[in-house]
Design a protein around this ligand. Structure first.
Ligand code: SAH
Ligand code: DHB
Ligand code: MG
Length: 240
């Protein structure tokens, strides 16, 4: 259901999930995305560079990026922690919304992804507000704590899903009262509801959710979402 004439409102090549996504989800994503998250030379160039470099097409969608952007404008965070940079597309949406003096620390395992992200952010004039650290996030997080880099005001968890329980624990250690924690991809086409699932991503997400539910310092919910990436969702929590 792309607009007539073959011109898509959203330039987001995603061969796998475009098969999963229902046509009306795509049409609605393109409708709202075209109006509210239409992209521009820098955002479009970053997505194109990510695909040209062969990075997996698992960047947040434009509307999800805009969601993070709106969240940053609402919270006015001085320090943002992102776990899982990929090509820096989500980073770019957040960095553009930062208040004066705000910065993002983004952790990425794959050096190739980090290189592509650095170039995208450099080209967009945003690298002075972003630091990317390469390596396993679970190796960096203790060092970040030891160096006193926290507390972070917003933490976006979007890396390897089996580690989500540990990422949530680290997020709590690096948080203050009022810190907002967002976890991407908690629905996974509905697979998360299968208590018997052997899928490591589902198990990690379910354990992370139980921790969230049991943690008295957290007030949390999940927003399910559909669109060009298929059927997925964000967990959102605030530290009390
Ligand atoms: N936030 C990005 C998408 C991230 S995709 C966006 O929306 O644009 C997930 C990323 O997490 C991948 O780049 C992957 O290499 C990275 N990753 C996987 N395991 C990791 C780990 N142990 N530590 C840090 N990053 C990891
Ligand atoms: C996958 C990871 C993501 O962060 C995402 O948004 C979509 C898919 C994945 O690993 O399949
Ligand atoms: Mg994700």
């Amino acid at each position: 259901m792309a607009p007539k004439g073959g011109k898509r409102a959203i330039h987001y090549p995603h061969p796998v999930n475009l098969k999963i996504a229902r046509p009306e989800w795509i049409a609605v994503d393109e409708y709202f995305g075209g109006l509210l998250a239409p992209g521009d030379a820098q955002l479009d160039a970053a997505l194109a560079a990510n695909r040209a470099a062969g990075l997996p097409a698992i960047d947040v969608s434009p509307l999800q990026g805009k969601f993070l952007h709106v969240l940053v404008k609402m919270l006015r965070p001085k320090r943002v922690l992102e776990i899982g940079t990929l090509g820096g597309y989500s980073t770019m949406w957040m960095a553009r919304a930062l208040p004066r003096g705000g910065s993002i620390l983004s952790l990425e395992f794959n050096p190739k992804h980090a290189d592509v992200a650095r170039k995208n952010l450099e080209d967009a004039g945003l690298m002075k507000r972003v630091e990317i650290r390469v390596g396993k996030a679970l190796n960096h997080l203790p060092k970040i704590e030891a160096a006193g880099m926290g507390p972070f005001d917003l933490i976006f968890i979007d890396a390897d899903k089996p580690s989500n329980p540990q990422y949530l624990k680290w997020a709590l250690k690096l948080a203050r009262v009022g810190t907002v924690i967002v976890v991407d991809n908690v629905v996974r086409d509905g697979k998360v509801a299968d208590a018997k699932s052997q899928d490591a991503d589902v198990i990690g997400t379910r354990r992370m959710t139980s921790l969230m539910a049991r943690e008295p310092r957290l007030c949390a919910t999940v927003v399910q979402n559909v669109g060009i990436k298929g059927y997925d969702g964000f967990a959102i929590a605030v530290v009390e």
